[in-house]
Design a protein around this ligand. Structure first.
Ligand SMILES: NC(=O)c1ccc[n+]([C@@H]2O[C@H](COP(=O)([O-])OP(=O)(O)OC[C@H]3O[C@@H](n4cnc5c(N)ncnc54)[C@H](O)[C@@H]3O)[C@@H](O)[C@H]2O)c1
Ligand SMILES: O=C(O)[C@H](O)COP(=O)(O)O
Length: 524
């Protein structure tokens, strides 16, 4: 049974596929209400209220995926999730329109004093002079952060006859031209805009991007909006400029601390607020819940996810193509790790042929996870493999080379350890399966599965017979056997497969023979 925790309120229509899945037990409760069962959950679905901290991740020992039904992931400790091998996905475009519309509604409300006028009329006043507003038409809207929401907002502003100034270090000229906005430097936007709105993520570069100093560079009488994340506009700086009337008004959907208890901003008549409602429409909630539900189901079912924050994004088509190499790479990493039982400093992976045309970074991570999984005591997967390798001082690299092996596709891994190197080559033969086709300089051909024994020996008469006899004496059936040598009478190797795990005493006995150089067992 798979256990999924939905810890924030979500559209039940969007959650239907997961609620209806017979093999999934869905619990819709806050984290605090399931403290005792946290270790059971395979997945957690959240909005912005649940804080997915390292502390929580440590308690959720079975967790595989965090699904954020929305855009912002600043409530999730991505580094910690990556460290514990937990995939984080979001629903990046399901609430774009709703948030752009909300921002537009806030802007219009702010300039026409609609919330204040509404309260006044409901208090039996009829004070038309107190609420004289300002038109949007002909005004300059400055947008900081021109992604999905910034772009949708700009289209609406253009239709209302506004000029749009944009500051976004990652914005291309092409996109700006298509939407009809002017790319500006930050200070140029501050100086030119009548209204400024922020639509960036909350990251260290954007935290307090509008603060006491930068707001001072804006036009006197500027209006400010924040429907992105609390903290992008520094609240102390905003309060300062509201007091000195440099800022004519502000519209805020988000706050540094939510809910904004005892927040001085709430005392200003010219500050209008909503309780983080940008994404709160039926449509957006259905979209984000449905997107994240499908992604979580896919991932738990071993299928690709398309909007992961800490994994390469793969389409289903690409994932299907990668899948055989992913399995092969994982096994190769595992074999190499068991054959090189010494500290390793470097892992170099080469791709040849058709595999080189795929997303090799994903395959590299699979190989690393197979390698590390065999030697560390924590969950290692493609999410955290790179991070764990670095932590353990193992450098890794990947290279695409011309096809020299003669196989349609070939992966080669070379591992450098204390005074030793080990090379393994593998290929995937369509309709046949994974094959290991090279160990160090030896050509060989075996299916990497089950319980294996790798023997390095001298190519002399009787060695194979002796190995067979020892195993036979212990009633051990050899399932398959492959032998490889470079020159007659020189170094040779054997790869044997068994139906069960071998007793370590056998390894010792075989290794004691003069013609046998080394014996290693490999369990896959
Ligand atoms: N109020 C709500 O309910 C609500 C709803 C949805 C999204 N959001 C928030 O809105 C924000 C934007 O969402 P989006 O979907 O448009 O994201 P997005 O990723 O599409 O856009 C973000 C943009 O910010 C730009 N950016 C990054 N660093 C910058 C910097 N230092 N200076 C200027 N620009 C920078 C990026 O280049 C990108 O174009 C996010 O913080 C998200 O959490 C809030
Ligand atoms: O980043 C987002 O998607 C929004 O801030 C929405 O947050 P919410 O899911 O808590 O409404």
């Amino acid at each position: 049974m798979i256990h999924v925790l939905v810890s924030d309120s979500m559209s039940s229509e969007g959650l239907q596929p997961i609620l209806n899945a017979p093999q999934i037990n869905v619990v819709q409760k806050k984290v605090e209400e399931v403290e005792e069962e946290l270790h059971l959950f395979d997945a957690i679905l959240v909005r912005s209220a649940t804080k997915v901290t390292e502390e929580l991740l440590k308690k959720m020992t079975n967790l595989k995926i965090v699904g954020r039904a929305g855009v912002g992931v600043d409530n999730i400790d991505i580094d910690a999730a990556t460290k514990y091998g937990v995939v984080v996905i979001n629903a990046p475009n399901g609430n774009t329109i709703s948030t752009a519309e909300h921002t537009f509604a806030m802007m219009a409300s702010l300039l026409r004093h609609i919330p204040q006028a509404s309260v006044s009329v409901k208090s039996n006043e009829w004070n038309r002079n107190a609420f004289v507003g300002t038109e949007l038409y002909g005004k300059s809207l400055g947008i900081i952060g021109f992604g999905r929401i910034g772009g949708e907002l700009a289209k609406r502003a253009r239709v209302f006859g506004m000029d749009v100034l944009v500051y976004d270090p990652f914005l291309t000229k092409d996109r700006a031209e298509k939407i009809g906005v002017k790319i500006c430097a930050f200070d140029e936007l501050l100086a030119g805009a009548d209204i400024i709105t922020v639509h960036t993520p909350l990251i260290k570069e954007t935290k307090g991007i509008l603060n006491k100093e930068s707001i001072a560079k804006a036009k006197k009488g500027v209006y400010l909006l924040n429907c992105a994340r609390g903290g992008i506009i520094d609240e102390e700086g905003l309060i300062y400029h509201l007091k000195n009337k440099h800022v004519a008004g502000a519209a805020l959907d988000v706050f540094e601390v939510e809910p904004p208890v005892n927040n001085k901003l709430l005392e200003f008549e010219n500050v209008i607020v909503t309780p983080h409602l940008g994404a709160s429409t039926k449509e957006a909630q259905l979209n984000v819940a449905a997107q994240v539900t499908q992604e979580v189901l896919n991932y738990l079912d071993g299928k690709p996810v398309t909007s992961s924050i800490n994994l390469p994004t793969l389409t289903k088509e690409l994932f299907d193509k990668i899948q055989p190499f992913y399995q092969l790479a994982k096994k190769m990493g595992n074999i190499v790790s068991q054959c090189m039982r010494v500290p390793v400093q470097e892992i170099a992976i080469q791709y040849e042929g058709t595999v080189a045309e795929l997303e090799t970074s994903f395959i590299t991570k699979a190989l690393l996870s197979g390698f590390l999984g065999a030697r560390v005591d924590i969950t290692v997967n493609e999410v955290n493999a790179g991070m764990i390798a670095k932590e353990r001082g193992i450098t890794f690299s990947e290279k695409i080379t011309e096809n020299k092996s003669g196989y349609e596709n070939c992966l080669e891994v070379k591992v450098f350890g204390d005074d030793q190197t080990f090379v393994l080559k593998g290929t995937h033969v369509p309709n046949y399966g994974e094959r290991i086709v090279g160990i160090n300089d030896f050509n060989i051909d075996f299916y990497p599965t089950g319980h294996l024994m790798y023997i390095q020996h001298q190519d002399k008469p009787g060695v194979i017979g002796r190995v067979g006899k020892v195993l036979g004496d212990h009633e051990i059936n050899i399932a398959t056997m492959q032998v490889g040598r470079k020159v007659k009478g020189g170094e040779a190797i054997m790869m044997l497969a068994f139906d069960r795990v071998l007793d370590p005493s056998l390894t010792k006995q075989l290794a004691s023979y003069e013609e046998i150089v080394s014996v290693k067992t490999i369990d896959l």
